[in-house]
Design a protein around this ligand. Structure first.
Ligand SMILES: [Mg+2]
Length: 361
């Protein structure tokens, strides 16, 4: 058994701006597990800064090298891995990077596509697009392009003070589209009056307006606005999903496997949402074709009912590190049907973008 990593720096086609800041490169760790002729892959959804969550690339490689690699070495089934790593608090993205590696490995051992190994797949995923903040005319043009390409939901990033400007311009030009907005925690409990203005734009949901780890204020806000709330950053475990629904803090959840500690916990959250008759979709973190293949497989599960942020990567990267990137047809993407995540790695671009590599165990 050999576990190794490549740290990559992949240039983005255009800078991606959220309320956290602007990215011009994607800095990502790709992990490789080789055993008995099988090669499995995963990536960490962290980047260089702990701005989305509390982890970054440096904490991930530390946790993987110091703790997780010793557990991965025995090639446990993913559920077993989750139990064995419970003694490590937090560090969900580090755990997810190894748990997903084991998902790919075991699906390959059992000669099954990942979607089939995970559960009941409908065979395709509905796709939406997430647009970073930009000059409003650029955003409007990007929305028109996205609609022309068949995307089933448009999501725009907003920030405090710019919400009516952005959403007003979008709704003026596109009165009938399925639209949502992501505030990435840019508001506080003092901004409810301001947030209420968003109700007039008929969003399918407003995503994570308040603090990144909050449920209580979201629960208060949900009672004051008519727009459904979607939680992203706050839902870091199945328990938090359960509490959020019990408190009616949201009716929609954006699942990101990395944030939840892997696929096992993501499936648990999916089941909780179903139990509360909520809605659920799969988010994205500017993944390469490796991470995207996990997402698309997950988004194809029949209990995922809203379009996800699992668009083809050619929107973000000039070149992906996989030879078989996804293509979208009529707003849908089909999961890879090869064994495991079913990606073919492009050695050329993997090498080109690698800034550091090494063996872990
Ligand atoms: Mg979000």
């Amino acid at each position: 058994m050999r576990l190794s990593y490549h740290k990559l720096k992949i240039p983005l086609i255009s800078p991606f701006t959220t309320s956290f800041g602007t990215d011009v490169n994607k800095d990502v760790y790709v992990f490789t597990l080789e055993h008995n002729g099988i090669t499995a892959y995963s990536e960490s959804v962290t980047d260089e800064n702990p701005f989305y969550g509390s982890e970054d690339n440096y904490t991930v490689i530390h946790i993987v090298q110091k703790y997780l690699a010793q557990i991965v070495k025995d090639l446990p089934e993913p559920q077993e891995f989750n139990k064995k790593t419970m003694f490590i608090k937090g560090n969900n993205m580090a755990k997810a990077s190894m748990e997903m590696l084991l998902y790919d490995y075991h699906a390959k051992v059992k000669e099954k596509p990942l979607a089939e190994y995970m559960g009941k797949s409908r065979g395709y995923a509905n796709v939406g697009i997430s647009l970073g903040m930009d000059d409003i005319n650029v955003t409007l043009k990007k929305i028109q392009d996205a609609l022309n390409r068949g995307y089933k939901r448009i999501k725009v990033k907003i920030m405090k003070g710019k919400e009516t400007q952005i959403l007003g311009a979008v709704r003026d030009q596109f009165p009938d589209i399925t639209l949502s907005a992501d505030a990435n925690s840019d508001y506080t409990e003092k901004d409810f009056q301001l947030i209420k203005k968003i109700d007039r734009y008929d969003l399918i949901y407003l995503e994570q307006p308040l603090y990144h780890d909050d449920i209580i204020y979201h629960s208060r806000l949900a009672k004051e606005i008519s727009t459904p709330l979607c939680l992203d950053e706050s839902i870091t475990s199945p328990e938090k999903a359960q509490k959020a629904f019990e408190m009616e803090a949201c009716s929609v959840i954006n699942i990101k496997e990395g944030r939840l500690g892997g696929i096992g916990n993501s499936i648990k959250v999916m089941d909780i949402v179903k139990n509360f008759k909520g809605h659920v979709w799969i988010g994205g973190m500017l993944e390469t074709g490796i991470g995207r293949s996990f997402n698309v497989s997950m988004a194809s599960l029949s209990d995922i009912d809203y379009p996800g942020d699992t668009s083809p990567n050619d929107k973000y990267f000039t070149h992906d590190i996989v030879k078989n990137p996804f293509t979208m047809e009529n707003g849908t993407i089909k999961p890879n049907m090869g064994y495991g995540i079913g990606v073919e790695i492009s050695e050329e671009y993997l090498k080109k973008y690698t800034v550091e590599e090494g063996f872990i165990v």
